[in-house]
Design a protein around this ligand. Structure first.
Ligand code: CA
Length: 653
């Protein structure tokens, strides 16, 4: 009934009716069309036979968990044009349910409470100042009658915080800022005064980052709430904090008193974050024996590629080891608890390839811990990125303000340093022993951006993946027991539950999110993706999916008439602004429009869409505040060029 199943968020279920002996008999029990081609990232909740989940644009669905019949649907009419202020798709990672109410954080910053029986709105509060580029897409957590919610926006330039609201009334109870504000305005807490000593320059002008947009965990015995804190804003620390410093609490796990929001301890995974290495990744609490002693630990595999085992009472680092090859650091020094950075990989204006890139060695698809096998199952990936520093600091409201050199972000430009070291993108499901802090076995996958993981007492591990399958493995050795094609990539964490004596396994399958949007990462090897669906499986399930969608013909692009100079200007703008949703080089991953394939009427309406906001209702806000008519013509010309490039590629095949 709560995100990750328990406060410790192990994503392990004690149900064993479906197990390693009978999983081969699984089949589809039911599915619900979620009415979207955008990403689905929500982990459903199941309470008393009713499943609650969020889809695109914060629509909440209540479903009979046995039959799949929708009981009610609530559309909070989130302000879709706010998608411009949100990284990485119109997704939501889940709901909270408590004492007859369903809670959701909305893209536009609202936190809402809805009647679990009827779907009627009970209360709503605005958790952000909408004049800044904040967004909310993480699942709220309920702790001691309080609703906990963070926010996102570090890529744009905001200051992160977490707020607790009274679950009954929506009254604000406490707020914990994750990075300090302007010291001249006074500090909200002793923790902020302490944190400010680790910053230099005028970081507060553009927020500093540190947004807590996903992971929390809670230990009721210690009454500690654990907050996973995000990256710095902008990314290069030399720009953000020119005199150096660790920049607390960026990329940290912070433990606070759940009743007051007062700081208790922190562990910073990436001091002075320079690479968008968020520590917002899923955190798991477990009691495990280390060096012969039982320890209460918190475990995390953040973007930076290291797996951390930390004493959750004190914050003491117990072990740290990299789970993918990384170039930014050589190891974590256990004497200091700090990573030892590799200065060879410090980047410059020209750009340098570093591993991992901003998608991380592990993104936000949740991992799972099985106390039966003693293993943590991590959806890992290897991706790299040409990090660079902008020669001139700029800030534009409503745009990504990464602090990167905009010339380096244009595909096909001069190669960055260490380009020959860029590894091919890949994905691996790793079974990790947290006692020894090492890999035990692995499953190589077709590419990055695979789904979240569930384990069960039936010795099962479940994961949807980018190649369009939902797969059940043996949890102890990774043997495939059953798989089903689901016609799209599946990112979200699966769940399992029992209704009327029947065990089900369910997952939201819908391709999207950061890899698909910013990099044009494809699911199923580039085959067209089906609409997002909520799928439930059971033993003997005999339901089938409709036939998969077929590829649509690519329209012939208009003739290319613009000058090379105009196209180059358009390339620079597109690959610094538009790529955030439409993919570097205008290659779409399938969940947003591929702008190389615009129909004649879209070409005709291009200016009206980009400047006039004609498609704001679909999340494409107007960019009239940052782009001129000439800019838009140049972007249009670049897209026509890219369409012709594709035609030439296809003709050459
Ligand atoms: Ca980030």
């Amino acid at each position: 009934m709560t995100h990750g199943r328990t406060y410790g968020e192990q994503r392990f279920s004690p149900l064993a009716r479906i197990n390693d002996q009978n999983a081969g008999e699984l089949g589809l029990a039911w599915y619900l069309d979620m009415g979207t081609r955008r990403g689905l990232e929500a982990t459903p909740l199941v309470v008393d036979g009713v499943m609650y989940t969020s889809g695109s644009w914060n629509v909440i669905h209540a479903i009979d968990a046995g039959s799949g019949r929708e009981l009610w649907r609530y559309d909070p009419h989130t302000q879709r044009e706010r998608l411009r202020s949100a990284c990485c798709d119109a997704v939501n990672r889940g709901l909270a349910v408590w004492k007859g109410k369903v809670y959701e954080g909305l893209l536009d910053g609202r936190l809402i409470a809805v009647d679990a029986a009827t779907g009627g709105l009970i209360w709503e509060v605005q958790t952000i100042d909408q004049t800044y580029d904040y967004s909310v897409n993480g699942a709220p957590r309920i702790v001691n009658g309080k609703v906990i919610i963070g926010n996102g926006g570090a890529e744009f330039g905001v200051r992160g915080y977490v707020t607790a609201y009274d679950a009954e009334t929506g009254e604000q109870l406490w707020r914990f800022y994750t990075v300090p504000g302007n010291p001249a305005a006074g500090f909200e807490s002793p923790a902020m005064e302490m944190a400010a000593k680790t910053w230099t320059g005028e970081w507060w002008k553009y927020g500093g980052g540190g947004t807590a947009w996903d992971a929390f965990a809670y230990d009721p015995e210690l009454n500690l709430l654990y907050i996973g804190v995000g990256n710095g804003s902008p990314w290069p620390r030399d720009i953000r904090s020119p005199g150096g410093g660790d920049n607390l609490f960026l990329s940290s796990i912070v433990a606070v008193n759940a009743d007051t929001g007062e700081y208790v301890w922190h562990y910073q995974t990436t001091p002075g974050d320079n690479w968008d290495y968020t520590a917002t990744q899923h955190m798991i609490l477990a009691d495990i024996e280390i060096d012969g002693k039982p320890r209460k630990v918190i475990m995390q595999a953040p973007k930076n590629g290291f797996f951390y085992v930390i004493d959750r009472q004190t914050g003491e680092l117990l072990s740290a080891n990299n789970f993918i090859p990384v170039t930014w650091a050589t190891h974590v020094d256990m004497a200091t608890g700090r990573p030892v950075e590799n200065p060879d990989y410090y980047y410059t204006e020209r750009g340098k390839i570093v591993v991992p890139g901003p998608l991380g060695g592990h993104s936000w698809q949740p991992m799972s811990y099985s106390p039966l096998t003693g293993l943590v199952y991590i959806p890992t990936q290897i991706t790299s990125f040409p990090y660079s520093k902008t020669p001139v600091r700029t800030y534009k409201k409503g745009l990504w303000n990464l602090g990167m050199n905009e010339q380096v972000l244009v595909p096909g430009g001069p190669p960055p340093e260490k380009a020959d070291e860029a590894p091919p993108n890949s994905g691996t499901l790793i079974a990790w022993d947290p006692k020894q802090n090492r890999e035990v076995w692995r499953i190589q996958q077709d590419g990055p951006w695979n789904g979240g993981i569930l384990t069960t007492a039936g010795n099962l591990m479940a994961q949807g993946n980018a190649n369009g399958n939902f797969v059940i493995y043996r949890a102890d050795n990774g043997e495939v027991l059953w798989r089903m094609p689901v016609q799209t990539g599946a990112l979200a964490g699966p769940v399992t539950y029992m209704v009327d004596g029947e065990q089900y396994i369910a997952v939201n399958a819908g391709w999207g999110g950061a890899w698909s949007l910013t990099a044009g990462g494809k699911a199923q090897g580039g085959k067209p993706i089906a609409t997002g669906r909520l799928l439930a499986f059971k033993l003997g399930g005999a339901q089938t999916l409709p036939p998969p969608p077929e590829a649509e013909p690519i329209p012939q692009p208009p003739p290319l008439t613009a000058s090379e100079e105009t196209i180059a200007h358009g390339a620079l703008l597109f690959n610094n602004i538009c790529f955030v949703c439409h993919g570097a080089g205008a290659v779409s991953g399938g969940s947003t429009a591929d702008l190389r394939h615009m129909a004649p009427e879209t070409h005709a309406a291009f200016k009206e869409i980009v400047l006039g906001g004609a498609m704001a209702g679909a999340g494409m806000a107007s960019f009239a505040d940052v782009l001129s008519e000439d800019d838009v013509e140049a972007i249009h010309a670049y897209l026509i060029q890219r369409a012709h490039d594709e035609q030439a590629e296809l003709a050459g095949q």
